[in-house]
Ligand binder design. Sequence first.
Ligand SMILES: [Zn+2]
Length: 191
Amino acid sequence: MTRTSNAVHTGRLLLTPSDPWHCPDRAPLIAALAAGGFIGDPLSGPEAAFRVGPAFLELLAFTGCAVSIATEPSPGAPFCHVRIPPAARVPCLHHGRNTRAPRCGACRGRLSDWRAWIGEGVLDPTAILRCPSCGARQPLTQWDWKQQGGFARRLIQIEEIFPGEAVPTPALLALLTATHDCEWRYFYLQD
Ligand SMILES: [Zn+2]
């Protein structure tokens, strides 16, 4: 696969509980990911960031035929690592340049003016939106953002992964579910 080292963000893979209000504690999450070999040694910095662990390539399924990921930090170049940022107090919408209009859970119609809804301010995750197609009213968090965005309090971020380049294996999702007794979902963002 081709990687570029210019300023364009390749992308990241994000894992989060399917219920965006659910917020597993960070310490047991880090402990479980370390015990499972998904993350390795911490990287220096203000946030909880980690080198990839010895089982990283077993727990993520890369779709390319010749996987070569950079795992050593080097200035100005992307390298693969895992971040577990502090949790948000309420679910926040995470979106990027790859995010598309979410779909209505009732009729699958698209909320085509979603970027206007978001505007500049902080979104209220309890806000009710009326579907322009079918009239159904549902909280913003229940619109279907597919694998291009969504609401979350707790995130596991894997940098840098092009959207679709790697997917969590059933073993990784099972590890997370077993640790926190909740279902997890994943999506991709490009800054
Ligand atoms: Zn609808």
